[in-house]
Design a protein around this ligand. Structure first.
Ligand code: PEP
Ligand code: MG
Length: 756
């Protein structure tokens, strides 16, 4: 069964559209289970009905026409009970509802399983047979397993509006693809897909107007792979047994296959760019091999896939003919995962928004988008990326939604929203020179966050009083090797100069987790629990000392540098980091560059550090609460995993209590406590933190004006009362409701959160 299951899933996942995917599913299930009929009903939630969408065995004319009321029949019952229904003689069941169009009178055995994704019933999958019999438990298991796979495919189709178009053909382009909010703002732009082309299925469809150039590009890539294989086989010949060596021969044979190459060239000549023509030729063969239930042939399919990737890799390296690669004017980058290098490849004035299939609000690419002031939507889930290329797209970063090919009414609605947003931003512009001060005169320093030197302008323009978190790793991520001391020194100097005498808190290198360096890959099963931040730098004192020296030198004559240590788990780590800092400082003195000792802080972003905040604080000058990671580690919710994104919330009561403890511990030791996670960018949460006694806030530049607006709308007493009440609540929902009510009361209804 497992092999059959894998093949069906594989075939369904490569189906060109939803109707074909459903047709494949029902036909394959019917054959595999040896039943007379297999049928899929999809939920039409708008009409509270189940619509027969595909069948193998029932009347094909019924497809799209038979609609069952959600309370009617066995289909409604399966959906209602959310569990399989296995009946030996369905017509005898009291809920049996005969539908004349489907002609199922001759069927007795009935097995129906719900299609559920994220707790939502998307439809029902059934099999039926004329004999009177119960289905065996292994048959039930099989159908349940297929249903789980199908539900995930369907979920994407539903979110992309595909099922809606099938169910209600008149509704087009108004269905949102739901992800999670990554960075605020709304934009209408054109999709561009940075083609890393790692997987064949990811290759977007693109036309070519220069088939001759594409053909040459393709031939070059093939020749390069051939040469690569020859070199590898020569190199490995003495080391590999003959059976393994034969693999290279197989690869070379496949590559020289006239039909494979010929089919690709035909695709190119028909106007398709080389990667997609190659993808089609390779994928059609892979599918054939995978369908044959032969382990030898499935291995060949794997070989072919590997070879396919190799050629793609080389195609990526050989430039395409413009203009297909030049980004559109209002470019919305859409990718499965995005690296800093992807963003850097688009001129900043053209980059309008980003959309990622993976990741969540706290992925570093989302943070970067915030720093750049562009909207981002994360965690859209698996999508056929190729189909988006060149489409018009609305990106709603406030609600984490995108609309592909929106209809005119929706576009007009969003244009209004964009205008209203711009108006509010213009109004807030008036607050630029004003401090973040409550109505009764309590002032809280409001800093911005930065990652790249290009952020300086936005950070200065947003009216922040300095930089509360400069993520130095971003400068490392856009390079091809570790930057040296001199290069780093220049970067840090520009940052410090731009804000002097206001403080710039420079965090030492915080790589690991989802922040990887292209030139230093770290392979780990649980990267967020692994070699991150300080753990990495303490193990690499060479890299750490170079960075510290560069920072200290950059600070000469300015004195606004503050150094922050990330991912601290133990007091020993702080002691060791301070020892190395002292070492760097003494070394510089010896080298004739005497440096002033900057203030030093520790990030509190791990529960162990939170509960030792007092001991940590007593060793340094300030604490900075990193709520992004603290939420992740306290709630055990991967900040980068869209599946559990709904559990990730910095307003969790446990977070509030932990932060209250950190603030109290810092203050007992006489040290100020800053908050530099994204929580500081959430205006309501920022006021709550103010009420809890936080000493300064560091928000993304795009959020600084709104946070300031919120702070200036409250009295300190109101903020304290909000904190008092919030700390007594049991659930995130209650905390949000309280914050929303409080925001509304002071006239800030425009920035309240959805409470779904
Ligand atoms: C945090 O964890 O809150 C933080 C500010 O650091 P980063 O998001 O860069 O991990
Ligand atoms: Mg962190």
């Amino acid at each position: 069964m497992l092999g059959t299951l894998r093949r069906i899933v594989q075939e369904v996942s490569t189906a060109p559209d939803l109707p074909s995917a459903l047709a494949i599913t029902v036909n394959r299930i019917r054959d595999a289970m040896g039943v007379a009929a297999c049928t899929v009903y999809l939920a039409d939630e708008d009409n509270r009905e189940y619509v027969l969408m595909a069948t193998a065995g029932l009347n094909p004319q019924a497809v799209g026409r038979v609609r069952l009321n959600a309370r009617q029949g066995l289909i409604g019952l399966v959906a209602e009970r959310r569990e399989p229904l296995n009946l030996e003689d369905a017509p005898l069941h009291p809920r049996f509802y005969p539908v004349c169009e489907v002609c199922e009178d001759d069927y007795h055995a009935f097995l129906g399983v719900p299609l559920i994704q994220y707790r939502r019933v998307l439809g029902v999958l059934t099999v039926q047979h004329p004999t009177i019999r119960q289905f065996e438990s292994n048959e039930v298991d099989f159908l349940v397993t297929i249903a789980a796979q199908l539900a995930s495919t369907l979920n994407h189709a539903i979110l992309s509006g595909t099922t809606q178009e099938l169910l209600n053909p008149l509704v087009v382009g108004t269905r949102a693809l739901q992800g999670v909010p990554g960075a605020p703002g709304v934009v209408i732009g054109t999709v561009a897909i940075p083609h890393l082309l790692a997987e064949l299925e990811d290759v977007p469809d693109r036309p070519t107007t220069e088939p001759a150039a594409e053909e040459a590009r393709f031939r070059t890539a093939v020749a390069q792979v051939e040469q690569e294989l020859r070199a590898a086989s020569d190199r490995l010949a003495p080391l590999l047994p003959p059976t393994e060596q034969a693999l290279f021969t197989v690869y070379r044979m496949i590559l020289s296959s006239d039909s494979l190459i010929g089919e690709t060239l035909a695709g190119i000549r028909a106007g398709c760019w080389a990667p997609a023509a190659w993808r089609d030729a390779v994928m059609s063969r892979i599918r054939l091999l995978e369908q044959a239930e032969d382990p030898y042939l499935s291995t060949r399919a794997e070989d072919l896939r590997d070879l396919g990737r190799r050629v793609l890799n080389h195609l990526r390296a050989v430039p395409t003919t413009p203009p297909s690669d030049s980004p559109p004017r209002r470019c919305v980058l859409v990718a499965e995962e995005m690296s800093v290098a992807h963003l850097a490849a688009v001129p900043p004035e053209q980059l309008a928004a980003i959309v990622c299939l993976r990741g969540s609000a706290l992925s570093h690419v989302a943070l970067l988008a915030r720093a750049m002031g562009i909207p981002a939507v994360m965690g859209l889930g698996d999508r056929p990326l190729g189909r988006f290329e060149g489409c018009e797209i609305i990106v709603d970063g406030y609600h984490g939604r995108v609309y592909v090919n929106p209809d005119p009414a929706l576009r007009a609605e969003y244009r209004q929203l964009i205008a209203a947003d711009a108006e509010l931003s213009a109004e807030l512009e008036a607050l630029r020179e004003q401090p973040a001060e409550t109505r009764d005169g309590y002032r809280i320093p409001l800093y911005a966050k930065a990652g790249l030197l290009t952020d300086i302008a936005a950070a200065r323009a947003c009216g922040a009083e300095g930089i509360g978190l400069y993520r130095t790793e971003f400068a490392f991520m856009v390079r091809e090797s570790f930057p040296g001391e001199e290069e780093q020194c220049q970067i840090y100097r520009r940052m410090l100069e731009a804000f002097a005498p206001e403080p710039v808190v420079m965090r030492t290198l915080d790589i690991g987790g989802d922040k990887t360096l292209p030139y230093f890959t770290i392979e780990e099963n649980n990267p967020f629990l692994g070699w991150r931040g300080m753990r990495f730098t303490l193990d690499h004192p060479d890299i750490f000392l170079t960075q510290l020296r560069a920072m200290l030198r950059a600070n000469a004559g300015l004195g606004n540098l503050r150094i922050l240590f990330p991912m601290i788990t133990t007091v020993e780590e702080v002691d060791e980091a301070l020892r190395l800092l002292k070492h760097a400082y003494l070394e510089l003195e010896e080298d004739g560059w005497p440096a002033a000792r900057p203030q030093v802080g520790v990030m509190i972003e791990i529960p162990s550090a939170a509960w030792q905040a007092g001991q940590l604080a007593s060793r340094v000058d300030f604490l900075s609460v990193g709520t992004n990671d603290l939420t992740q580690y306290l709630l055990a919710v991967d900040r980068d995993n869209a599946r559990v994104a709904r559990l990730y919330d910095h307003l969790h009561p446990a977070m509030l209590k932990t932060i209250a403890h950190i603030i109290e511990s810092g203050h007992l030791t006489g040290r100020p406590v800053n908050l530099c996670g994204e929580m500081a960018a959430d205006p309501g949460a920022a006021v709550l933190m103010l009420g809890m006694g936080i000493d300064s806030l560091s928000a993304s530049t795009v959020s600084v004006p709104r946070v300031k607006w919120a702070v200036r709308s409250f009295t300190y007493a109101e903020a304290r009362e909000l904190a008092r009440q919030a700390l007594e609540l049991d659930t995130v929902w209650q905390v949000r409701r309280l914050i929303n009510e409080t925001l509304r009361r002071v006239g800030l209804g425009e920035i309240v959160h959805d409470l779904d």
